[in-house]
Design a protein around this ligand. Structure first.
Ligand SMILES: [Zn+2]
Length: 107
């Protein structure tokens, strides 16, 4: 999984195609991410008797596949593919566009 929490990403597929946002949740098992302000669904909710919540319309951020977003490089600010480079024992994520190191990744 190339995408991590806190990455700025560009959505390349789906209804929010072309929008950018910050990754809030990155699930490496399912390879799905939740991006702030992206893929929002309005869910109509009834008032519950148990949890005493008022009914209404709740906005929910739905997860989208990590394959549908591209990381925006903080260095060249282009949407880019992520490569990896091993520097001794440290694994770096690098921008395939400008080769800048994006962030250290613990092995
Ligand atoms: Zn770059």
């Amino acid at each position: 999984m190339r995408i991590k929490t806190g990455d700025k990403v560009l959505v390349i597929r789906g209804k929010d195609r072309g929008k950018t946002g910050l990754v809030k949740v990155a699930d490496r098992i399912t390879e799905r991410v939740k991006v702030e302000g992206i893929n929002i669904y309005k869910r109509h909710q009834r008032g519950g008797r148990q949890n005493r919540q008022p009914g209404g319309i709740v906005e929910v951020v739905a997860a989208l596949s990590a394959a549908n977003v591209m990381v925006i490089c903080p260095s060249c600010s282009h949407p880019t593919r992520i490569g990896h480079r091993l520097d001794g024992k440290t694994k770096h994520r690098i921008c395939k566009n400008c080769q800048a190191i994006i962030e250290n990744v613990k092995k």
